[in-house]
Design a protein around this ligand. Structure first.
Ligand code: GLN
Ligand code: ZN
Length: 763
């Protein structure tokens, strides 16, 4: 009998109940008890949703982040929050979000302000966790109260609970030593706390504990491998059975020793590491449970159940009771419930499964294995029909897109002349001053914009009225830019709700859910569009807007586009073709837009690749392959234009060191980067590489309400000029002006323009 379980369930709620409860509590509009009640109600509902499973995860719920929960469980709080006098949950939010000493919250006055914990991406997902902080002196101290309370709560609801915790090695690996000390040196101090934790869970009557070690899917140095051995030998005597869970990819060199660690069970991501199944079976000790992640926890497609059964049935016969089946990873990364969707196209919908539907699939597989395929014949037949329909649907397959793809040649990604020649021609045409000034694209999303958008959506404003309202906003931003004296203008992106959704909505091959929210961090969620079919562009997407904006000024107006790699990385994408192919299709579609903009007389075109770095695979060995098709897709998009047309790209705050050669390969005439928080240190990578083209390092940290002074901007640019020749520098703010108010943006940009003039006079 194969058993079923789940590694984790989305906590945000099908209607984002947790988000709204958190934000209302943070604003002081509801009480802590109300927030806790919402949390308990969500846990309870989600346990019910999983009631058919043999084991249900407990402890996967977090008010902000599961890694931060683990830090509290281990008593590893940053020193700056340790003597807080208030409530523990408030302290937890202080670490998560930071707080200013001036805030009106409880204890702000006596306990002061604190900086928020650093946040970073959870492996290769779009979920962000709060980075644990360590120093050589870090001590750990068990606080199992959160887990114990949730276990007790689960017991009263007769939940077959399996607590979920983050393993000690991954916990250390995810953290950062603030004093550059060796994190692994803390392992000996950490393990006794894990032992106590496991004992405390056993005392609650727990049989199995899932212990997550996703760093097993990455390349590990010898000392980290050794840490695994130390850790799991130390935890061997714990009075619970451990299910060691690896996910997000194959284990490669880690597989053999990891599966031989002394735990009672091992979870293998059999979606991403299918080819390791046979080795896993060979290495598996005779007493050990093998949990197979057979349903993709990272995408929104139905599983090919008949296909899975074909290879799973022999495994089930071989392992009997020792086979467990589950999704590949926690379902945190998919939306909750497809049944909430009312407007999704019926055909596309028939191909999809969200978290609840994925658990139903799991149940069908278990019944097929345990009770015979006859007992689920109807389900299997329906699944077979859906999978087959998707495979041949003309909605998915567009022959002309496939032809266009087959005609891609290297020349398509090639500018006509090298940068130096292009730059001379562009300079002659654009006649920009030294230190040209510009902004990254968006201007404040005013109340008027939001109002017009919601009226339009609600059907109270017709299309003409909506378009007129957006044109008014664009005209306003052009007027403001004239008054500021900027050199290269933007239209301000008033008409765009989101930089990916806006394009997805106009491309064939995309669908949109109403409630397909996925937690990004804390209360923040994203609703990635669904790329389901071959991508084509039925008509121009931005040209009319940019033409209108350009008609209002003699200054060059930037065409503003999102690049193919970013659109891809922020979407749910197809599982029936490589990511690189979907990316090329996007590249061809956006390329047409670039060429149409050029034809309409637009002389500067910016193609944002905010998420280029986010797509990097977990394993460094695969970086080059990703970067080469990603950069090629950008080049196909950008490089069809004449030498005189200036191509800009933009990237958000990120490390550039290890990908700088690929960025140079993109060969944009100008790259603007979000950098003001790094004090220009991000430019070191460009300096060391002798990056040849123009760069606009952000000089105004738009995340802060502070207005940067002219002197500060001049200083930053002088630092920049120590690293990059002044002739190749642009002056611009960081990205994201849409989140600020005009009354903040105007004084800041006024100072920026003054700074540029001062810099010119110094040159
Ligand atoms: N053009 C976009 C803007 O200015 C870029 C957003 C981003 O970099 N994430 O808002
Ligand atoms: Zn950005």
């Amino acid at each position: 009998m194969a058993r079923t379980h789940n590694l984790g369930f989305p906590r945000i709620g099908a209607k984002r109940e947790l988000k709204f409860a958190l934000e209302s509590y943070w604003k002081g509009q509801s009480s802590r008890d109300e927030l806790k009640t919402t949390g308990a109600a969500l846990r309870s509902r989600h346990w019910q949703d999983q009631a058919a499973l043999d084991l249900v995860p407990v402890g996967d719920f977090a008010f902000y982040d599961q890694v931060l929960d683990m830090s509290f469980t281990l008593g590893n709080l940053p020193e700056r929050v340790q003597d807080f006098h208030g409530d523990a949950l408030d302290n937890y939010f202080r670490v998560a979000r930071g707080r200013s000493a001036q805030s009106a919250e409880d204890h702000a006055h006596c306990c002061g302000g604190v900086a928020a914990g650093e946040m970073t991406k959870w492996f290769d997902t779009n979920y962000h966790y709060i980075v644990p902080e360590f120093t050589a002196g870090t001590q750990f101290k068990l606080d199992a109260s959160r887990l114990i309370e949730q276990l007790q709560e689960a017991r009263t609801q007769a939940v077959k609970a399996k607590p979920v915790i983050i393993g000690p090695v991954t916990y250390l690996a995810l953290g950062k030593a603030k004093d550059e000390s060796d994190r692994l040196a803390l392992l000996d101090r950490l393990l006794p706390v894990y032992s106590q934790l496991l004992a405390a869970l056993a005392a609650e009557g727990v049989e199995w504990v899932q212990i997550d070690e996703p760093i097993l899917a990455t390349e590990l140095e010898a000392d980290w491998r050794h840490a695994f051995s130390t850790a799991y030998h130390a935890l061997k005597t714990a009075p619970v059975k451990l299910l060691l869970a690896s996910y997000f990819g194959p284990l490669r060199a880690n597989l053999e020793w990891a599966i031989k660690l002394p735990t009672a069970g091992f979870h293998l991501d059999a979606v991403n590491a299918r080819d390791e199944l046979n080795s896993a079976l060979n290495y598996l000790a005779a007493h050990k449970v093998l949990s197979l992640g057979v349903i993709n926890g990272r995408n929104i497609w139905k599983t090919d159940l008949n296909g899975v059964l074909q290879w799973l049935q022999p495994v089930a016969e071989r392992l009997g009771e020792r086979l467990w089946i589950a999704p590949s990873c926690s379902l945190l990364h998919v939306p909750v419930d497809l049944d909430s969707e009312e407007r999704l196209d019926a055909e596309v919908r028939s191909w999809l499964a969200f978290a609840k539907q994925k658990l139903v699939e799991l149940n069908v597989l278990a019944r097929a294995l345990n009770e015979g395929v006859d007992t689920v014949q109807a389900e299997l037949a329906a699944n077979r029909a859906a999978i087959a329909a998707r495979r041949v649907s003309p909605r998915v397959h567009n022959p002309s897109v496939k032809v266009a793809l087959s005609r891609i040649t290297p020349e398509l990604g090639q500018r006509k002349s090298p940068y130096a020649e292009r730059a001379a021609k562009q300079a002659a045409l654009l006649k920009l001053p030294k230190f040209p000034t510009t902004t990254i694209g968006s201007f404040p999303q005013t109340a008027e914009i939001r109002h017009a958008r919601s009226e339009y959506k609600a059907g109270r404003l017709d299309r003409q009225g909506y378009l007129a309202a957006m044109r008014t906003e664009i005209a306003r931003s052009v007027k403001e830019q004239e008054a500021l004296g900027l050199d290269v203008f933007v239209h301000g992106e008033a008409e765009r709700n989101d930089m990916v959704e806006y394009f997805g909505e106009q491309l064939d091959g995309y669908a949109f859910s109403q409630f397909g929210w996925v937690q990004s961090y804390g209360s923040r969620c994203v609703k990635p569009p669904i790329l389901f079919g071959d991508i084509s562009r039925p008509r121009a997407m931005t040209v009319e807007w940019i033409k209108y904006a350009q008609s209002l000024t003699d200054k060059p107006m930037k065409g503003m586009l999102t690049g193919p790699v970013t659109i891809l990385n922020w979407s749910f994408v197809r599982d029936d073709q490589p990511r690189s192919v979907s990316c090329q299709q996007l590249a061809l579609a956006i390329r047409q837009e670039v060429l149409d903009l050029e034809k309409a007389g637009v002389r500067v075109i910016q193609i944002d690749e905010a998420a280029l770095r986010e797509g990097l695979p977990l394993r460094r060995a695969q970086w080059q392959e990703y970067l080469s098709w990603a950069v090629e897709s950008f080049r196909i998009t950008a490089n069809g234009v004449a030498d005189e047309t200036q191509i800009h790209t933009h990237m958000c705050y990120s490390e550039f060191n290890d990908i700088i050669d690929s960025i140079a390969d993109m060969d944009a005439d100008v790259i603007t980067i979000e950098t003001s928080r790094s004090d220009m240190e991000l430019l070191d990578a460009f300096e060391d590489f002798q990056y040849p083209n123009e760069i606009g390092p952000g000089v105004y940290d738009i995340h802060s309400p502070n207005i940067p002074s002219e002197e500060h901007i001049v200083q930053l640019m002088q630092k920049a000029a120590e690293r990059v020749p002044a002739e190749r520098l642009w002056v611009n703010p960081d990205c994201g002006l849409k989140t600020r108010q005009w009354n903040e943006v105007i004084p800041a940009l006024t100072n920026m323009v003054k700074a540029a003039k001062t810099l010119r006079s110094q040159l």
